[in-house]
Ligand binder design. Structure first.
Ligand code: ADP
Ligand code: MG
Length: 679
């Protein structure tokens, strides 16, 4: 059987690109050995049989057993047509697709490809397509029965991301309509698969038994005041005292990971040559693809790798060689208050289920150790049992807009796996009405239809379409693109902090706030001929801004499709008005003491220390924020200066002039906001 399989595997893929065919073949052969060792392999035939037999199948297996990388290949090898496999995270979609392309022995984007927002790496040859769950939702818009796919795999279903939940609802619907021409696999890591079985009318559960080695768990005796520092200390202790094996540290996001990289670099530099090399490999969603690949590079003998990861490494990506896990017990989560309509990112304790998953990562290939940076008491008494599904803690405006565009009007009776509270649905309808996407009967307007065509948050979509009126769509598209690369444009090395800050301040000199600074930065870079040298000189992250350019190019095409007229206008007021036409919801007014208060549902918020207005001598009276982040306080990240009169002009149904009167006629404080710079 083994020999048969090898030939079979290679025979299926004779269309490989010519350039390094021999190399690809050799690599594919040795990988074929590896593939056979995965826990899912012995179940290949049985699994295929089950897929033939049942329209919907729930597949459950330990992480790392080969569900994501192997099952689509098995299906194609057995003659199934197009297979798509969704992932809640873009990094996972990209990295898994790259891996599978290598296994298959083809170029990424040919037989195996991926599709994520603003990046389509597929072709008409693609038969295995990994994509984010959000992209699958968008495909419903262009092809409501998803006719191009024979098998749809909703992977990482246990994550219960918002888009996965909605995708399951829609897929369940087309399963009824398409009958035998479609197969659906719901794939999940944990063992509460019964929920999916029940939701899909008693679909059978296919269990892939995994192997797992014991993991010793260590707790801290007392809560850690500074868990980031505690993690770094632990990494160095493990490195100095423990037998070989790589380390995986779970952190909450990019900023934290970058800080940890810096701390570790600094401290290992001081250790001299007596200690073995420590390879530091970060991974988070906006990290460029070539840097992501570093986590999979084999650790050279004698060295040790430490992977600093977000939740992505909890289940979606399996990194070989991990023996030690360090878990501070936190993750970043969206939280939403339907009363105020405010959404913010907050750092929260993980659930017990999450902590158990993280621990499991240490025992995949040999017995391991997990260091929990929290107390045993806290694990049993303070942590929630399970993570709350995203649909129950997020703003649903984008989903509601999508469902409306698919002709699904009766949202209250939509078959949600967990129905969101009706007040959240109502709030979303209100918000879409205020944006002009729905009329007073709750029907989609022409504007709403155009907004739904754009793969952007409804507020952003409205700003982009709204920019037509102010003849500045080119500028607003640039701002959208720059905002989409998530706070990673400006580079600030600690030893050159002052010069970096000055370079950054120069972009903001024209006023307007962070959005305008981003625009100036992009335009200057463009005028330099997209020069990398210019980036170095101006402390701009070349990779990030190039990513922004790619997004910008995509937006350009989308604007053609949605027929947004392309016009350019550098007038700051016009640009700020256009942004405000989508984000008027996020308007705030200056209070005494240099804090701001949101207009509807008054609530105190602060300018984020990373904002160019943070240290400004004279704070603007009115600001609109792009997003809220809750760390030590509720911070507004990326703010733009507006005038209150604009709100009346832009959102006359939403604001009344009384709400927009200046209540603080008194002199405002001069220098503020230095109380805390910790974020
Ligand atoms: P599951 O989906 O069941 O969690 P996967 O299919 O993601 O499992 O992983 C199967 C195996 O493939 C794992 O052992 C993992 O280490 C390996 N793998 C995945 N991606 C890569 C990669 N880029 N490089 C090397 N190995 C990889
Ligand atoms: Mg997987």
């Amino acid at each position: 059987l083994d020999d048969f399989r090898k030939e079979d595997l290679l025979a299926g893929y004779d269309n490989r690109e010519a350039e390094s065919e021999d190399e690809l073949e050799i690599e594919a052969k040795s990988i074929a050995e590896e593939r056979r060792k995965l826990p899912v392999f012995p179940y290949r035939e049985e699994l295929i049989k089950a897929v033939h037999e049942y329209q919907v199948l729930v597949v459950v297996g330990e992480t790392g057993s080969g569900k994501t990388t192997q099952i689509p290949q098995y299906l194609i090898e057995e003659g199934f047509g197009g297979v798509c496999c969704t992932q809640p995270r873009r990094v996972a979609a990209m990295s898994v697709a790259a891996r599978v392309a290598t296994e298959v022995g083809c170029k990424l984007g040919s037989k195996v490809g991926y599709s994520i927002r603003f990046e389509d790496c597929t072709s008409d040859k693609t038969v295995i397509k990994y994509m984010t769950d959000g992209m699958l939702l968008r495909e419903f818009l262009s092809e409501p029965d998803l006719g191009q796919y024979h098998v749809i795999i909703i992977d990482e279903a246990h994550e219960r991301s918002l888009s996965t939940d909605i995708a399951m609802g829609l897929v369940k619907d087309i399963a009824r309509a398409r009958g035998d021409s479609i197969r659906i696999i719901i794939s999940s890591a944990t063992l509460n698969a019964e929920k999916f079985r029940d939701y899909f009318d008693d679909a059978p559960i296919f269990n892939i038994p995994g192997r797992r080695y014991p993991v010793d768990i260590y707790y801290t005796k007392a809560p850690e005041a500074d868990y980031l520092d505690a993690c770094c200390v632990s990494v160095l202790q493990i490195h100095a005292s423990q037998p070989p094996g790589d380390i995986l540290v779970f952190l909450t996001g990019q900023e934290e990971i970058e800080t940890a990289v810096e701390i570790l670099n600094q401290r290992t530099r001081g250790l001299g040559s007596k200690v073995q090399e420590l390879m530091i490999a970060p991974i988070y969603s906006t990290l460029p693809a070539d840097m992501q690949a570093k986590i999979f590079e084999p650790t050279p003998p004698g060295a040790r790798k430490v992977v600093l990861a977000t939740n992505i490494a909890e289940t979606s990506v399996t990194i070989p060689g991990i023996v030690y896990v360090i878990d501070p017990g936190f993750c970043k989560q969206k939280s939403y208050n339907p009363k105020t309509g405010m959404e913010s990112l907050i750092v929260v304790p993980v659930s017990r289920a999450g902590a158990v998953q993280r621990t499991g990562r240490a025992g995949r290939t040999q017995p391991g150790k997990c260091f929990r940076m929290f107390t045993k008491w806290s694990f049993y008494n303070e942590m929630e049992e399970d993570t709350i599904p995203e649909i129950l803690r997020t703003n649903l405006a984008q989903v509601v807009l999508l469902l409306k565009s698919l002709g699904i009007d009766d949202l209250i009776n939509f078959d949600f796996i967990d129905a969101p509270p009706s007040e959240v649905l109502i709030k979303s309808l209100e918000q879409l009405y205020a944006l002009g996407a729905l009329n007073d009967r709750g029907e989609l307007t022409k504007l709403g239809r155009r907004m739904a065509e754009l793969p952007l948050d409804p507020m952003m979509a409205k700003s982009l379409i709204g920019s037509e009126k102010y003849s500045c769509s080119e500028e607003v598209a640039t701002i959208c693109a720059m905002l989409s690369v998530n706070n990673s444009i400006f580079y600030r090395p600690k030893d050159k902090g002052v010069i970096a800050d000055a370079a950054r301040a120069a972009f903001a000199r024209g006023g307007g706030g962070d959005h305008m600074a981003l625009l100036n930065c992009y335009n200057q870079w463009r005028d330099s001929g997209f020069s990398t040298q210019w980036c170095y000189e101006n402390f701009v992250q070349a990779r990030s801004i190039k990513q922004a350019r790619d997004v910008r190019d995509q937006l350009d095409g989308l604007m053609d499709r949605v027929e947004v007229e392309k016009t350019s206008n550098l007038d700051g007021d016009a640009i700020c008005k256009a942004i405000a036409s989508g984000f008027f919801y996020n308007a705030t007014r200056l209070e005494k003491g240099g804090t701001y208060r949101t207009l509807k549902n008054p609530h105190t918020v602060h300018i984020h220390p990373s904002s160019c207005l943070f240290k400004s001598e004279k704070l603007p009276r009115w600001l609109i924020y792009h997003e809220l982040v809750f760390t030590t306080k509720e911070f507004m990240r990326q703010v733009i200066q507006i005038e209150s009169a604009w709100l009346l002009e832009i959102a006359p149904f939403y604001y009344q002039s009384k709400e927009l009167e200046d209540q603080t006629k008194a002199k405002l404080p001069k220098v503020v906001g230095k109380a805390s710079t910790t974020t």
